[in-house]
Design a protein around this ligand. Sequence first.
Ligand SMILES: Cc1cc2nc3c(=O)[nH]c(=O)nc-3n(C[C@H](O)[C@H](O)[C@H](O)COP(=O)(O)OP(=O)(O)OC[C@H]3O[C@@H](n4cnc5c(N)ncnc54)[C@H](O)[C@@H]3O)c2cc1C
Length: 621
Amino acid sequence: MTTTGGLGPASRDHALAALSTTTPEHPLDVLVIGGGVVGAGTALDAATRGLSTALVEATDYAWGTSSRSSKLVHGGLRYLEMLDFPLVHEALRERGRLVEDIAPHLVRPVPFLYPLSKPWERPYVGAGVALYDGLAAGRTGHLPVHKHLSRAAVARMAPGLKPEAYIGAIRYYDAQVDDARLVIELVRTAASHGAHCASRAEVTAYLGQPGPQGGVTGVEVLDRETGRRVTVHARRIINATGVWTGSIPVRHPDGTEEPVVAGMPRVTAAKGIHLVVPRDRFTSTSGLILRTEKSVLFVIPWGRHWIIGTTDTPWREPVEQPAATSEDIDYVLERANAVLSEPLTRADVVGVFAGLRPLVTPAGEDEPLGDTAAPSEAQPTAKVSREHVVATPLPGLTVVTGGKLTTYRAMAADAVDAAVGTAGAPGTGPLTGQDETGSGEGVPASCTAELPLLGARGWTPAWNRRLLLASESGLPAATVESLLHRYGSGAPEVIALAVAEPELAEELPGLPGHLAAEAKHAVTHEGARSVQDVLARRIRAVFEADDAGAAAAESVARRMAPLLGWDPERAEAEAERYRRWTQAQRATQEAATDAEARELLLEASRESVRDASRGGWPATT
Ligand SMILES: Cc1cc2nc3c(=O)[nH]c(=O)nc-3n(C[C@H](O)[C@H](O)[C@H](O)COP(=O)(O)OP(=O)(O)OC[C@H]3O[C@@H](n4cnc5c(N)ncnc54)[C@H](O)[C@@H]3O)c2cc1C
């Protein structure tokens, strides 16, 4: 156990060792599969109830959908039109908790303009936004309430909007978050409460007892860095793998495998892409929410950039490596340009990212929740509800999927409640705190609703000390502020590295405001194992920098090398692997189809495998 939530190399070794020493007599209470926002939140929920807990992630924390969202912590104004009031209410309650208590350093208010183009829209949209504010009911997170704006007021606030695109607007507030950093903080906080956490650790099979009275008693975990397989025994397994939900088979004692079908929620994937453009390409002090024929498009302020998205189309390729096509990019540009006085072109696009939403059909139903047909061109995925589902298809196995980034905490609490409240496989024994009958009694209720994440502990005093931190460290005040926004009260840890080794106080090439110390900290405290882990998910260079961080790759690899035992040749190969991946990402932007775009990314990873095979280095990102 670590009290600081460090996820360094030693902590990963320790976690894998702890997994391998489990036995049928001494199993873990809970093993969580999947280190996205839902799995990380679930590990935190279970660990803070006093259950012995582990979290395994096949690639990197937040590698899946949870680093590719619109980064909004919101109720979802558009779900009001679908009359999904419970979903909106739950999400707004969670938004308030995140802004006020759980992660105030990461989750921040953001204003949006809803431009009105017809007089009748004002009462209609106004009523919807008033209801939206009302549904936050006491959990406003100190966000200002909405305001009706005249045409003249809109012109002052957003001079970059085409005058003919509006007759007025309504301004309302939501919140935004660095999604991948939220996940990493969740994992670190779970580790600080005793959870064993390992990335590059893939579950390849559930281990089961056959027959109707059987169930799942553990899993096989593949260490993707060494190829070693370990059997992990656990009283409850919680699958939180998003779009990968149905991919793990049950392996019976005789070695045969079969998929889990009965009782398993069916998950389909819908792709959404975002474009990143420089902030000066659209003059406005507010973000925008724009109606499209199928859904809505957001123009979201993000530091020195705008993030514009998203699309919502069915994805029929394998779920690894979703990518934006040329058509996706044109669609987003066209919709945004409908209201911008200075149209955006492809040359303005500095970054593009694509993600897959897990859309869920509960067990026993044929169609996705809230819709009348499986996602297809005719039945847009945008109309499918974003409610989450928790199911227990086999004793000992609970599945949680669907939902939204915003509602991860409620999803996690529901998943642990379900796992604790149903019997495990025979012979696995009671959970810590339970009596011998194994009933749900005895395990404490979820306590995460007001539990601050690591960087939120002491956040206000840390922020108040920012000028002192700057003068004591010699770093510019603006750099200290941006470190505080990324690391919260953990920023002094990063600053201490820069002070101890002045070379680490240098900025990473091409990444103003980002210190070399962050590359070291990413390995020692945040579980980074590759250059992509650092530049794509700890530092968001992959979509914030014009070159996706390629110029920084060598510098990052050099800082990681001594911590991960890389020799100079390996460090150079790791930097090159990242540069190739960014080139492939850029090449997808000209691809005509999803399949072609995906093939480009796969080809880049195959190239890396060829390089890696010479030294036997791992092929994962
Ligand atoms: C384009 C887009 C925009 C969105 N915008 C928003 C938004 O603004 N606000 C909001 O609230 N929500 C938003 N969402 C939804 C939100 O991002 C997702 O609901 C959420 O991130 C899903 O998290 P997850 O943990 O379920 O899945 P993931 O983040 O995909 O995590 C699943 C993890 O499981 C791992 N895994 C898979 N198989 C295994 C295995 N066998 N062993 C170990 N690990 C495994 C994967 O590597 C992955 O890291 C958006 C989604 C998309 C696609």
